[in-house]
Ligand binder design. Sequence first.
Ligand code: HEC
Ligand code: HEC
Ligand code: HEC
Ligand code: HEC
Ligand code: HEC
Length: 370
Amino acid sequence: MKLLLGLSLLFYTWLFANDMTRTYAPSEDCKACHTQIYDEFSASMHAHSTPQKDVIHNAVWEKHPQNTKQERYGCGKCHTPAADNLNAMKTPGQKAMPDMNNATHQAGISCAYCHRIKSIEHHPVHNTNIMTHTQKNYFGTLEEHMESPYHGIVSEGNEHMKNGNVCIGCHSHKMNKHGLNVCSTNIDNSMDDANCVSCHMPKVQGSVSNLHKREKHTFHGFAGSHFHSDMLSKYVNISVLREISDFIVNIDNQTSHALLLHPLRTAVLKVSVTRDANTTHLQDEIFVRIIGKDGKPAMPWAADKTLKDTMIQANEKRSVSYDFKLMQGDRVDVVLGWFLVNPKALKTLKLENEKVATEFTVFKKESFQF
Ligand code: HEC
Ligand code: HEC
Ligand code: HEC
Ligand code: HEC
Ligand code: HEC
């Protein structure tokens, strides 16, 4: 018994010593020199990934058995990866919960964390990021760079920063204990000239740092379904085809993953026809992936089946036909957008009064004149 206790103590010492070597410089440290990148990052979901800063994450976490039983915060692996007690957070019974007053928790997916990802280990449940142990040495991809007075720059072995592999430790898939893939991004990136980084972090105006003027830097606001979706709308094309007695709206998703990924999302296609001064709103088309159990929608940890999947898939061209005869002079207005939270789940999650969960985001809006 004593030996066992000793051994487990040793194990925990090792675990937490391991945590200690993983302290990450705070993102605020980067602000003085990388002001523009810092400002973009600070407004992104990566800086708001914690229950205290993301009401949608919080609403789901509130219901999660790990929380109701006050066991652990397993979400930390991806949502608070820079936490100074990450191993405790992931360990059942340690009761290490995300804390508003702990800056390493609220740092989210911080600058130093992401820039210290060395490689990705693949696992069936979810992948794992392998981190460097040298603090203040960051992977970068600039073709040539000046020295930084604050940190080292690692340019060797930086391919994962360019080809998007750096993202798939957290974004590739998440399997629950019933073997259901709750959220999956197609990482078998079949597009030659685009990847997670080139689409979600395009080059934009403004210098990389304040110490050396450059025209452009990599956008760190992480365009996505909460913010900056306008930067991604060029990857989805909409066209309208007029037929004899009806018409078809084509949505061409030129993305290597489904239009939306998280099972809470609901995409909506709104179509209306204006003839003379009269506008007719046609029935909304809904795109969702609903997960559930025993035929009913269920929370991600309880679901064991995909009940319905009408989400527009990777590289899919979806045609929606409207039983409406178009005439010369008609204008068809098409709006493609989404609710971050499926309106049917608002009540269960107590999100009815949260703007971010209830408002409709317009992703793409186009008019076609006939
Ligand atoms: C340590 C884990 C982790 C890594 C690494 C990571 N992400 Fe994320 N990412 C997250 C989490 C968690 C969220 C969700 C945050 C939330 O909504 O609370 C997220 C959200 C996003 C979003 C949604 C933004 C929005 O507006 O809705 C995009 C886009 C994104 N990440 C892109 C990337 C890209 C590109 C990379 C690689 C350069 C990357 N992520 C690397 C964990 C990670
Ligand atoms: C393997 C990494 C990983 C783990 C573990 C993880 N998440 Fe996430 N989570 C993500 C990523 C990546 C996103 C962004 C996905 C997207 O926008 O499609 C995300 C997004 C979310 C969102 C949507 C947030 C929003 O603002 O719309 C919720 C809710 C969520 N996670 C809840 C949880 C909860 C609760 C846990 C723990 C029980 C958890 N996640 C564990 C990676 C993870
Ligand atoms: C005292 C100023 C200073 C501070 C503080 C600073 N950096 Fe830098 N950083 C630089 C300079 C200068 C460069 C090189 C820029 C160039 O060549 O245009 C650089 C380059 C980089 C690069 C790119 C390297 C490449 O080759 O692509 C990364 C990544 C980076 N910094 C991350 C960080 C992070 C993360 C922080 C905060 C934890 C930080 N920096 C804080 C000055 C600073
Ligand atoms: C060809 C461009 C392209 C590539 C490549 C791409 N994406 Fe996307 N991504 C999009 C578009 C378009 C959307 C939908 C619009 C939006 O969310 O603003 C999107 C949405 C997302 C979202 C939000 C989904 C949600 O449900 O909230 C996340 C997270 C994301 N992508 C992560 C990734 C990751 C990680 C990779 C690499 C494995 C990747 N993307 C590769 C274009 C791309
Ligand atoms: C989710 C991961 C992630 C986070 C968080 C992140 N970066 Fe980056 N960063 C990248 C990737 C990937 C690249 C390389 C982009 C490329 O090659 O196109 C990059 C490039 C850079 C560069 C190189 C110059 C440039 O503009 O291309 C600097 C400097 C930098 N990041 C600093 C920061 C700072 C400072 C923060 C926080 C304020 C931060 N990064 C947060 C993933 C991240």
